[in-house]
Design a protein around this ligand. Structure first.
Ligand code: OX2
Length: 890
């Protein structure tokens, strides 16, 4: 906001560009030095992979100093910091995005070309950093980009899985095949291994309590029997109701001494006999866009604390000697490939605790270095839990405050309640994390005690006001196998709880967290998701970005709203230029499809690219889409060649991974592939319809796919998709949405205007009724759907038994109301086809083009910059901390 500073920064970047542009030699020198000195190869002959690594290291050199300066500056200013805790960060590639942030892409392109290398080609050598499953992990990555760009004093914490999201292949039979993703194969040039940052993480063992008491003699009012007569003076203690002979004894009330045990100091808890391992830090610098701020993503990797067991080694049992080492390394070995589903596995629990224990030790060390009193912790830091995966951080902070800082429970609780905020990403019951008391008590026994105590305090505080809701609100689920409900723990503790789109937050308040909303009405708020336009427009769709910049300048990269100024420029010429950018994008995708699947697409200009890419999940309804594709195919088969020639040509494109244990999702992939192979080989329909399943969907292929989509499918059952984020990326690139009344779709429509969308289907509040009607007497299924199902059952796409589970699900349970929405979906697609065929007198798709452009330029609400500003203002209460230009900068 300081214009003086902004100007200085602009000058700095411009100066560097002028310098590098005229001095490409220095860049080449740096690249060759890395080839030789860091990578140990000859600079006279190296392959593309080495070229990539050396270029990346050279780019990293530009970042390291800024990254150190940023940390130093944060340290000096000591602002309140945000820690973003996420067990997934789906980063993708970094070479081009870092170059864009540092404004050195053109210079490197020029330098590389002088030695016959193309930046685009060598960038392809980078293996995706796929440390996440899907939307949740990619959101974390977009958020880091925005935090750095907005100069926020923020850090990310995550895990360094050796194997990221599995690689997906498709077998000849059309099945998904999973292969390990060893993304570190060639080393990762971005990360910095921090041998100096290492913490011990403990597991298992037991808790020993040490009570500190002493006995004191106190006087208190009591009753005493005193003997009458000659022996008068003999005393006996008296207890109420005791009978005695009044002739011999007299009952007196008097002060009597009593021994009492009093607490001399709070009970101490010692977590002992633990199994210990190390957490080692790997730092990934994250450059803000055109700023000197470079923030940090710290990823933890598990390592053995002792290299191996020497006793076994000396006995000659080398296997035994290595076992502990391997067990320790296992913890961060592999990412769990489940999206929105929790399996309750011990190793996963260990991953979670490992992650939060290391992160909190690091955060507390930094805090202690400030010299502030422990009560000020909430003034200095706030932790955002990306879903419940990091929520063990809550009892872990309590444990530190109690057992290391020796605060009382009340004091510790007071502080802890101010340090956390929680984002919920789903209302699906199968994704809500629960840990059996048994397992949690074994792996982290001290934490179980603390959770019980938190729950007791919470229950006491609401017992009078909400007596009927205690069982639902309790952190402990009192089922036969008792379990800890992580979301409940998160809600009870956090300052704020947010959903990720307006409808989703509303559903949190009215359905799954309804009772909590009654108790804590002020805790709940919405922060609609967003995506970074830097990666998802500027980087992935250069031609469109340049077209926009030619009209309104480049400011939109950090202020999306600027693109709204395009509107008055949308004339015939502009629309034609828009289609030119689209052709480039579509040809690029066609080339990728050809390379990966062998399928040829002709005349991509005329072909409607209809795209659905996301995890394969029943609620996301790839099923609805493939059934529609079958229906369209069956219809084509009834047409004459002349009729076919007049039809809209289209490609229905799918990509996405299924969790390896998700049976129905894998069946869906198989069905898509089997339908594709029949349709694509049916010469009678010519080029009218192509169906493509592109294997191994990931961030880098998304960057090719998304800019090429004319239509994108966002067709989840209403109420099930919390937000969705690919919808935002597609719209930013001028894809037109066909979608249900779900997640962020609704807000997108509000922003870009209904005319720019194809919305269809039952709304959330109609779903239950729809399900009833669907199975009521006299319900008649849409005839086209019936025919599609019959075609599958008839074996048109392969052996019937393969697909019966899929068909049966639609016919007999249809949990996701595919049948209800089917006719509405078909109608929407008929409209799509009609609109696609419409051209103006000059043969240009003018109306469509205008709608696509309007979609794209009105998406400012869905920039992750806006999301992060919302979080900062409404939850984190943090302010930018901008690293200033050097004093002597021009
Ligand atoms: C996903 C949600 O399914 C998706 O709707 C949302 O856009 C994304 O998170 C980012 O908020 N695991 N993945 C998600 O939720 C969970 C749980």
């Amino acid at each position: 906001s300081d214009p003086e500073q902004k100007k200085k920064l602009d000058n700095l970047f411009a100066m560097r560009h002028r310098f590098l542009e005229t001095d490409t030699k220095s860049l080449l020198q740096s690249i060759c030095d890395h080839v030789e000195l860091r990578l140990g190869r000859s600079k006279w002959s190296f392959n593309k992979q080495i070229a990539y690594s050396a270029t990346a290291l050279s780019v990293r050199d530009h970042m390291i100093e800024l990254w150190n300066d940023t940390n130093k500056y944060f340290h000096e200013r000591n602002p309140k910091r945000l820690y973003y805790l996420s067990i997934e960060f789906l980063i993708g590639r970094l070479l081009r995005s870092n170059m864009l942030s540092l404004a050195i892409e053109a210079d490197y392109t020029k330098a590389l070309s002088q030695i016959g290398l193309h930046l685009e080609e060598i960038a392809e050598e980078e293996l995706d950093m796929a440390l996440g499953n899907g939307g949740l992990g990619r959101l974390a990555a977009c958020f880091l980009d925005s935090m750095a760009t907005l100069r926020l004093p923020a850090w990310g914490y995550g895990l360094r899985y050796q194997y990221g999201m599995f690689k997906q292949r498709v077998s000849k039979e059309g099945d998904q095949v999973e292969l390990p993703d060893y993304w570190l194969e060639n080393g990762c040039p971005w990360e910095i291994k921090r041998l100096d940052v290492r913490y011990t993480v403990r597991f298992y063992g037991h808790v020993r309590e040490e009570k500190h008491t002493r006995t004191e003699i106190r006087m208190k009012k009591g009753k005493i029997l005193r003997r009458r007569g000659v022996n008068r003076g003999e005393l006996l203690p008296y207890t109420d109701g005791q009978s005695f002979n009044e002739n011999d004894w007299q009952l007196l009330e008097m002060e009597v001494p009593e021994e009492v045990e009093i607490e001399a100091a709070p009970t101490e808890y010692f977590w002992e006999n633990t199994e210990d391992i190390y957490a080692c830090a790997f730092d990934v610098p994250i450059a803000g866009y055109h700023t000197l701020n470079v923030i940090n993503l710290r990823l933890w990797q598990s390592m053995p604390k002792t290299e191996f067991d020497f006793n076994s080694f000396n006995r000659g049992s080398y296997d035994d000697a290595m076992r502990a080492k391997q067990a320790a390394e296992t913890i961060t070995q592999v990412l769990y490939p489940n999206d929105s589903f929790e399996a309750g596995k011990e190793l996963r629990l260990k991953q979670q605790y490992f992650f939060v224990s290391a992160s909190l030790q690091d955060i507390m060390r930094r805090f202690r270095n400030t010299g502030m009193p422990i009560q000020d912790l909430p003034k200095q830091c706030i932790m955002q839990c990306n879903d419940t995966h990091p929520v063990l951080a809550i009892p872990e902070l309590m444990r530190i405050l109690l057992d290391d800082e020796h605060l009382t429970f009340d004091e510790a609780w007071e502080i802890t309640q101010k340090c956390f905020a929680y984002t919920n990403h789903t209302v699906l019951p199968e994704a809500l994390e629960k840990w059996s008391v048994d397992l949690l008590g074994r792996v982290v026994p001290r934490h179980l005690q603390i959770i019980y105590q938190i729950n007791w305090l919470f229950m006491e505080s609401i017992r009078d006001q909400f007596p009927d809701d205690l069982a639902d609100l309790s952190i402990i689920e009192e089922t036969p196998v008792k379990a800890i409900r992580m979301a409940n723990l998160a809600i009870v503790t956090s300052i704020k709880v947010n959903g990720v789109a307006a409808l989703h937050t509303q559903l949190l308040k009215t359905t799954i967290f309804r009772k909590f909303f009654k108790v804590f009405p002020k805790k709940f708020l919405n922060v609609t998701n967003g995506v970074t336009q830097r990666r998802w427009l500027l980087e992935c769709n250069t031609p469109l970005g340049q077209l926009y910049s030619s009209k309104v300048g480049t400011k939109w990269a950090t202020a999306y709203k600027v693109l709204r100024q395009i509107e008055p420029h949308i004339d015939d010429a502009f629309i034609t230029q828009f289609w030119d950018t689209r052709r480039i994008a579509k040809e690029r995708l066609a080339a990728l499809i050809k390379k990966e699947t062998g399928i040829t697409l002709n005349n991509v200009d005329e072909m409607l690219f209809d795209v659905q890419v996301k995890r394969i999940h029943e609620y996301k309804r790839q099923s609805l889409n493939i059934l529609r594709a079958i229906a369209e195919y069956l219809n084509l088969r009834t047409l004459t060649p002349a009729q076919i020639a007049k039809k809209c040509k289209k490609m229905i494109f799918f990509a996405g991974k299924a969790a390896p244990g998700y049976y129905m999702a894998k069946k869906t992939i198989k069905l898509i592939n089997c339908v594709a192979s029949v349709v694509n080989n049916d010469e009678t329909i010519g080029d009218a319809l192509k169906i493509v399943f592109l294997p191994n969907y990931n961030v880098s292929s998304a960057q090719v796919i998304i800019p090429a989509a004319d239509i994108h499918e966002q067709i989840s059952t209403a109420g099930y998709e919390a937000s969705g984020t690919s919808c935002m990326k597609f719209c930013m690139n001028g894809g037109i949405i066909i979608g249900t009344w779900d997640g962020a779709n609704i807000e997108i429509l509000e922003e870009i205007g209904a005319e720019q969308t194809y919305m269809f289907g039952l709304k959330t509040e109609q779903i239950d009724e729809g399900r009833k009607q669907r199975f009521a007497n006299g319900y008649k299924m849409d005839s086209r759907l019936e025919e599609a199902l019959l075609a599958i059952e008839g074996g048109l796409f392969g052996p019937k038994h393969e697909f019966m589970p899929f068909v049966d699900a639609i016919r007999h349970s249809d949990n996701y109301v595919v049948a209800n929405d089917f006719p509405l979906y078909m109608a929407a697609h008929e409209q799509v086809e009609k609109d696609w065929l419409e051209k103006n007198a000059h043969g240009v798709r003018e109306k469509w083009g205008r709608r696509a452009i309007l979609s794209s330029i009105r998406m400012d609400k869905f920039s992750s910059d806006r999301s992060i500003i919302d979080y900062s203002e409404k939850i984190w209460k943090i302010k930018p901390c901008m690293v200033p230009a050097p004093i002597d900068a021009p």
